[in-house]
Ligand binder design. Structure first.
Ligand code: 6OG
Length: 190
């Protein structure tokens, strides 16, 4: 199923601070009911870095000095296009991460004056420190990164992003019903 003839450019951004990482719970749209970084499509005339900043503000309500962390290519059998996702990370931020409920006027129905809700992400912090062995009475409210509720590929490259290692990679998927199943993957540091 190669070569693909189209590529769609997306961003994904992660904020790390005080041994914690900020993820968003996707409440609707592509990747619904999964945790992910904040991001979306790179619009015409935008650089990936500009899009990453915009999406982080739109989805989490915060501003952060995002830096490029890696590039990933995702291909799905039969999709006809590939997703190129530029990954970003920051070690500080300003503002308070809050769920954003945004409205926009859809180009196609300007005449009916309807307002449409965009995708929503609910920001949550996760611990980057392994759980203490034995009984622990501290830090129990901050969970470990929930890889079982994330895209299959994330477990391979998110540790690299957390360590500050730049990476590239590719993952191939097949659709099974509504689910994407990863069939092949390759990730490496650069
Ligand atoms: P919107 O539809 O919300 O942008 N995305 C993926 N992220 C990971 N970790 N793995 C994948 O494997 C992904 N496919 C897409 C890119 C979608 C968001 O979802 C990310 C965007 O940040 C297949 O505008």
């Amino acid at each position: 199923w190669l070569p693909f003839d189209q590529k769609r450019l997306y961003t994904n951004a992660f904020v790390i601070q005080d041994d914690k990482i900020l993820l968003g719970w996707k409440k609707r749209g592509f990747g619904v009911n999964k945790y992910n970084g904040f991001g979306g499509k790179v619009e015409l005339g935008e650089t990936p870095a500009e899009a990453a900043m915009r999406e982080l503000k739109e989805e989490a309500g915060i501003v952060a000095p995002l830096e490029h962390a890696g590039s990933l290519l995702f291909m799905t059998k039969g999709a006809g296009w590939a997703f190129q996702i530029e990954m970003f990370s920051a070690r500080s931020y300003s503002g308070i991460p809050t769920e954003q409920v945004l409205f926009y006027m859809c180009d196609c129905v300007v005449t009916d004056g309807l307002r449409h809700r965009t995708d929503e992400m609910r920001p949550e912090w996760f611990s980057l420190v392994p759980p203490a062995s034995g009984l622990s009475d501290t830090n129990e409210s901050v969970m470990q990164i929930p890889y079982e509720k994330m895209w299959d590929d994330d477990v391979y490259w998110l540790p690299l992003l957390v360590q500050g290692q730049k990476f590239v990679g590719r993952a191939d998927f097949v659709m099974e019903g509504d689910e994407f199943r990863m069939t092949r993957h390759w990730f490496g540091t650069i």
